[in-house]
Structure formats: C-alpha cells, structure tokens
Design a protein around this ligand. Structure first.
Ligand SMILES: [Ca+2]
Ligand SMILES: [Ca+2]
Ligand SMILES: [Ca+2]
Ligand SMILES: [Ca+2]
Length: 227
C-alpha cells in the first residue's frame, strides 16, 4: 500500500476512534429520564395515587435543583406554574427519585394516598407534590411530560395515549392500576411508542425489572419550599 494511502487510512482510523470515544462518553454522561409513571390508578379519576419515577442511568449523581417538570406545556415552560425541584434535589447515580401526588393523605384526607398502596426501597427519596402543584395531574386518556434543566429545552420528554401536541409515537395507554415504564429499565431512544410498556406490577423507586415490592420500607421526604 502506498505510504500516502496508509497515512490517510491511519488518520481516518484515529478520527473514527476519537468519534467513538466522544460518543461513548456522551452515553456515559446520560441524563435523567422519566422512567415510569402511574397515571391511571383510580376508576373515579382521583389523582391522589398518581406518581412519576425519575431514573439516573449515569455513573454520577445529578443535582436537579431548579429543574422543571411540566405536563402539557402548550405555551412552553412556566416557572410560576410548573413543578420546580427544590435546591439540592439529587438523583443518585443508577438511582431513583419518586414524585408522588399524595404521600400520606395530607392533601385531602380522603383515605387515598401513596403510602397506603405502595412502598419504596429504603433510601429512595420521595417528593410529595400534589398539594403544591395540583396542575401536575396526569390525564387518564393521554398526556405529555417534560423534564427540563433550563426551562427551554427538554432533558427528557414522554407522551402517552392521546397525549399529543407532539403528534405520533405515543407510549401505549394502560389499564387502570398498571404503570407505564421504560423497558428495559432506563431504555431511551426518544421513541415512547417503543421505549415504554405496561407493567402489571408497578415498581415505584426501583428498577422496572425488579420483583414486586412486598415489604414496607422507609424513605426520606423532600419538602417543597418555594413560591
Ligand atoms: Ca382525592
Ligand atoms: Ca388523599
Ligand atoms: Ca428521551
Ligand atoms: Ca420503576
């Protein structure tokens, strides 16, 4: 092989290796995803038992203090309307943060609340949002959820059922009592129709592939302090 051709090939190979490294590092620096949601817990439309699970597939903790979570932000994100995560809220590396609508029935004292139905693994942080953000109520026919670090662009977005200013590609609707989660856990191709499936055994605060939780366990609750 002529020396010049050999040299060009070596340069191309170097470029390929560098590009691959950058791509791999990009994947390792993966961001927080909306990993599982319970949007249709009750036949009567009560949203107290709704919850949203965030997952950090990366190898480093991610501080999401100041980040925004919104459903159906037709007019874009709004810091006066959408959920803003308290300063210092961490989604641990390989771990979860669970957002629940009514943790302990302090919202409306009607006997419907998260802790009466599910448990989360020890150490998982739970953020109780329903009192402060009643507008974050997931549609039973469909909706879309957006997670943003800067209130401008999505870190992650998912939509389901007829949720839809985004258009096609929605994750499938699920029967009452089922959750909608990424399969396998954390899988994100930005195509909710293929990334999400229904789960008969919801796993709040744990891998979507983990066994059903049967033991009551402890968690630490994050206080929402704002506005
Ligand atoms: Ca209620
Ligand atoms: Ca309640
Ligand atoms: Ca995504
Ligand atoms: Ca889960």
């Amino acid at each position: 092989m002529p020396r010049e051709v050999n040299s060009v090939m070596r340069r191309l190979l170097s470029l390929f290796v560098i590009t691959s490294l950058v791509f791999t590092v990009g994947i390792c620096g993966a961001d927080v995803v909306i990993n599982e949601i319970m949007y249709h817990p009750s036949a009567d439309g009560d949203d107290d038992l709704q919850w949203i699970e965030l997952y950090n597939p990366g190898v480093e903790d991610i501080d999401i203090g100041g980040w925004i979570l919104a459903n159906h932000p037709l007019m874009g994100f709004s810091k006066s309307r959408d959920l803003i995560f308290p300063e210092g809220t961490i989604v641990p590396a390989g771990g979860y943060l669970l957002l629940v609508n009514d943790l302990d029935d302090s919202k409306d004292h009607d006997g419907e609340y998260f802790a009466g139905h599910w448990t989360v693994p020890a150490g998982v942080q739970v953020l109780d949002y329903g009192q402060d953000y009643p507008q974050l109520s997931l549609g039973q026919e469909g909706d879309d959820l957006h997670l943003s670090a800067d209130g401008q662009k999505d870190v992650d977005v998912m939509w389901y059922g007829d949720g839809g200013e985004i258009g096609s590609g929605a994750a499938p609707g699920v029967p009452q009592g089922y959750s909608l989660g990424r399969n396998p856990n954390g899988h994100d191709t930005d195509d909710p129709a293929t990334d999400f499936i229904q789960f008969a055994h919801p796993t709040p605060g744990a891998s979507n592939q983990s066994a059903p939780v049967t033991q009551r366990s402890t968690w630490s609750k994050i206080k929402l302090l704002f506005r």
